[in-house]
Design a protein around this ligand. Structure first.
Ligand code: S3P
Length: 185
């Protein structure tokens, strides 16, 4: 499938960049957190509080499976922990081009220090938590990604411009690879 899927740590800008991309490419934006909230009729924070993180992770996988049923090419923003579950890697790949928006722990803290909507960061030492989670997840994000775009010190328009250029280059490479294979047949 030919979706563009955005992965990366909380606060890296998946929803904001996704919104801008959907406007530029005239494609629908889906957001796994929002789809889950709509289906469950409650916020992610309330799902964590009442049903627990493990239940939320099951919902994320179900959400990806649901997205695979659509034929429409979309932009898909994902929750920051979604790629951690190995089962989700193949589903992400099947959905399309996976773009990792890479941010530093410092960048996350600058963006999220006043945020109360991320249950995993509502703790005594959120800076340490960000560093721990990032250390656990960085290699997972990298392994899942077809493209990596660094977002620190860049504004939304810069990230979107770089991402569009890199996605177009990749699509072109895939197209010529495919036509090369056809010619060999
Ligand atoms: C989470 C990230 C959140 C949301 C939930 C768990 C995570 O999404 O899915 O709070 O484990 O990193 P964002 O990355 O959109 O903040």
């Amino acid at each position: 499938m030919n979706n563009v899927i955005l992965i990366g740590f909380m606060g890296c800008g998946k929803s904001t960049i996704g919104f801008r991309l959907s406007y530029k490419l005239r494609r629908v934006l889906e957001d796994t957190d929002k789809l889950i909230e709509k289906k469950e009729g409650m916020s992610v924070s309330d799902i964590f509080a009442t049903k627990g993180e493990a239940a939320f992770r099951v919902m994320e996988t179900e959400c990806l499976r649901g997205l695979l049923l659509s034929q429409e090419e979309k932009i898909i923003a994902t929750g920051g922990g979604l790629p951690v579950k190995e089962e989700n890697h193949a589903l992400l790949k099947e959905l399309g081009t996976v773009v990792y928006l890479r941010i530093s722990p410092k960048g996350v803290w600058e963006r999220l220090k006043d945020d109360t909507t991320r249950p995993l960061l509502q703790c005594d030492n959120p800076i340490m938590r960000i560093e721990e989670l990032m250390a656990e997840r960085a290699s997972v994000y990298e392994a899942c990604a077809d493209l990596i775009v660094d977002v620190d010190e860049k504004d939304v328009e810069q990230v979107v411009a770089e991402l569009l250029e890199r996605v177009a280059e990749r699509e072109e490479r895939c197209r010529s690879h495919r036509s090369g294979q056809e010619a060999e047949k």
